[in-house]
Ligand binder design. Structure first.
Ligand code: B4P
Length: 314
């Protein structure tokens, strides 16, 4: 019975996506990809020039600066974009879709995008992630003003991918047990990684999986806060509270990256940048990223880990 529910999400998405596109309520954003290999990672620079004119900037910041009249597109959502309701969540098609069938798992009631994820959030996300059968699924959460988030209403995004995200290459060289926290030597910015323990997932109810994922999320969050505390003398001038961070999850691992800046020059970075997929909206930015390299851009928007007190939280 579960199989028939799981196998139908992709067809429901295909149907709803085609309808929204035909009605002009969803925009497919044309893009091209340039691959750049750095540190054995095949980074993807996605160039989407038509997004250049889309209003950008952080609506989180906008709301904080008293412009609360902005309509919440997740409360007053377009019904054509609604995939379905799921408990305390709604699932919407991403209106600005670079990858077809990119969905958002949104809290029905307004909750803040600056809040951490809770077991119930992760349970709902997992429920949808595992229903992508012909694709991989990458979930991400842009949390806070410097994270690349543009909507202040709590939403987790799920991006269907044909292949594992480029960052997956980093796991080839690690020898860590599930549940153990670590970071990748390829990167000099603070980040924390955990490989999910499939023994705690396979055969468990969604509620139990949600609890487990919540536990893993919060252990990364605690490690991140501890890393920032250890570096506070060096970074406190630039870090705003609550801390901005990016969170990525596949069905195998989680990564969390604290953020010091939202952008480097005109290049805005969201969670997908740390999956190895950077978005640029102009030729100028494309050339900038190609000339500097993706890792330098990621370095520029994050918190350096080696300021003399590097700690391994494994
Ligand atoms: P946020 O967490 O607030 O911000 P974001 O993903 O960085 O997207 P942003 O809105 O800043 O757009 P950008 O031009 O950078 O997420 C808000 C989400 O709500 C977005 O997915 C947005 O599209 C969506 N949304 C806004 N209004 C909506 C509405 N009325 N109804 C339904 N959904 C609505 O990027 C454009 C898109 O490209 C984003 O989806 C982004 O996630 C995606 N993207 C970025 N890098 C990518 C990459 N490398 N590959 C594929 N997609 C990529």
């Amino acid at each position: 019975m579960q199989t028939s529910i799981e196998s139908s999400l992709e067809s429901r998405l295909a149907e709803k996506y085609a309808r929204a596109l035909n009605l002009g309520e969803l925009f497919f954003i044309e893009s091209t990809v340039v691959n750049v290999k750095e540190n054995d990672i095949e980074f993807e620079i996605r160039f989407a020039p038509s997004l250049y004119k889309k209003p950008s900037g952080s609506a989180v910041a906008t709301e904080n600066s008293n412009k609360k009249s902005k309509v919440d597109p997740f409360i007053f959502y377009n019904p054509v974009l609604l995939v379905e309701e799921y408990g305390d969540y709604i699932v919407l098609l991403n209106k600005f879709s670079i990858a077809p069938h990119h969905i958002l798992v949104v809290t029905k009631e307004y909750e803040q995008q600056t809040d951490p994820l809770f077991p119930r959030d992760l349970e709902a996300v997992w429920h949808y992630m595992v229903q992508f059968k012909s694709k991989r699924s990458l979930a991400f959460y842009n949390c806070g003003n410097n994270s690349g988030a543009s909507q202040p209403h709590k939403h987790i995004q799920i991006l269907p991918l044909s292949n594992d995200p480029p960052i997956s290459a980093c796991f080839n060289d690690v020898d860590k047990k599930p549940g153990e926290k670590f970071d990748f030597p390829q990167f000099s910015f603070i980040h924390h990684v955990i490989i999910l323990d499939q023994k705690r997932i396979i055969g468990s109810s969604e509620e139990v999986i949600g609890e487990y994922l919540g536990e893993a999320f919060h252990s990364l969050y605690d490690a991140m806060i501890e890393s920032l505390r250890l570096h506070s003398e060096n970074v406190s001038a630039n870090l705003a509270f609550p801390v901005s961070y990016n969170f990525l999850m596949t069905t195998s691992w989680m990564i969390m990256v604290p953020r010091m800046h939202e952008n480097f020059r005109q290049v805005s970075v969201n969670s997908l940048g740390f999956g190895g997929m950077l978005l640029v909206k102009s030729e100028e930015c494309l050339e900038l990223v190609k000339s500097l390299g993706v890792i330098k851009i990621l370095d520029a928007v994050t918190v350096p880990k080696d300021l003399g007190t590097r700690q391994d939280h494994a």
